[in-house]
Design a protein around this ligand. Structure first.
Ligand SMILES: NC(=O)c1ccc[n+]([C@@H]2O[C@H](COP(=O)([O-])OP(=O)(O)OC[C@H]3O[C@@H](n4cnc5c(N)ncnc54)[C@H](OP(=O)(O)O)[C@@H]3O)[C@@H](O)[C@H]2O)c1
Length: 276
């Protein structure tokens, strides 16, 4: 079981939602934290909150504005971060967007590319920039995928594609890092009550909303606690929430037939209700 006291942890998306909750928990266990996101004001507010959660006054709690989708920004700022904070034992990739949850035909190329650039390439950029330094510490890479990476979902062609791709990235990366004594944890939460869902609600079709309800709804603190436990245990796949774990079990046992059947029924009933 890994202890976090004295560890250095970089966390993208650390200014909000699941990332911020994880940062508070890690800080309360004695870790030094570097929070990474774009908006400087939100970052500073988050930094103060995390500082209040820390166990002792000598723990460093820093914040750095980085656009993870911009590879040059990531490379330059991570070099600076390494000299200021040292190599991380743990890199948590929680930065992500869920804009454009909509019918595929309403998502233009620029929208689709934006989701891929932040969610997939942003994670790739961060891991690539830090991997060399993390090797010396036998570090641990944590990636926030989603239940939408495990199952197809109505309205999720852009977001779901980016999250399924992250599972592919992690599955391969894990094999490469294990012989180096490094670990990977990939996390697939269902819906979590964070600001991300406000963006999504603007466009998510009712069919998507109804299917999403099957997975359950978690608080950020609960999701973050489950993830931190999984990281402490060195667990590879982490699915917070009993409903989603049960759905995933059925999905695998039935080779996807059962989840497709249930989702098709829910979509059919929702369309009937709205008279489509
Ligand atoms: N909430 C859910 O229902 C849910 C479910 C499953 C999986 N997830 C995944 O969990 C992760 C965290 O989600 P959340 O719900 O905590 O979202 P959130 O509250 O909206 O937080 C997203 C974080 O990512 C940062 N971010 C977004 N784009 C960025 C960029 N280009 N560069 C750097 N930072 C960026 C945001 O800060 P700035 O905007 O200031 O950059 C913010 O700190 C995401 O990867 C999400 O896909 C969420």
């Amino acid at each position: 079981m890994r202890r976090f006291e004295g560890a250095t942890i970089y966390i993208t998306g650390g200014s909000s939602g699941i990332g911020l909750e994880m940062a508070k928990i890690f800080a309360s266990r004695g870790a030094n934290m570097l929070l990474i996101a774009r908006n400087e004001q939100k970052l500073e507010e988050a930094r103060k909150q995390v500082e209040q959660s820390r166990r002792g006054p000598t723990q460093k709690i820093g914040a750095l504005s980085v656009d993870v989708a911009d590879v040059a920004d990531v490379q330059q700022k991570m070099q600076a971060a390494l000299s200021l904070y040292g190599a991380p034992e743990i890199l948590v990739n929680s930065a992500g967007i869920n804009k454009y949850a909509d019918h595929f035909e309403n998502i233009d190329h620029a929208m689709f590319d934006e989701v891929m650039r932040v969610n997939l390439y942003g994670t790739r950029n961060m891991i690539h920039a830090l991997l060399g330094a993390m090797k010396q510490k036998r570090g641990h890479v944590v990636v926030l995928s989603s239940a939408a990476g495990l199952f197809g979902m109505f309205g999720y062609t852009a977001y779901g594609t980016s999250k399924a791709a992250l599972l592919g990235l992690c599955d391969s990366l894990r094999y490469e890092l294990k012989p180096l004594g490094m670990k990977v944890t990939v996390v697939c939460p269902p819906e979590v009550d964070t600001p991300m869902n406000l963006d999504e609600a603007k466009t998510l079709p009712p069919e998507g909303r109804a299917v999403k309800n099957l997975g359950g709804f978690l608080t950020p603190h609960y999701a973050a606690s489950v993830i931190v436990k999984a990281v402490a245990r060195g667990q590879y796949l982490c699915i917070p929430g009993a409903s989603t774990r049960f759905l995933y079990l059925l999905h695998r046992l039935s080779n996807g037939r059962l989840t497709r059947f249930v989702s098709d029924m829910v979509i059919w009933a929702t369309r009937k209700r709205k008279g489509a």
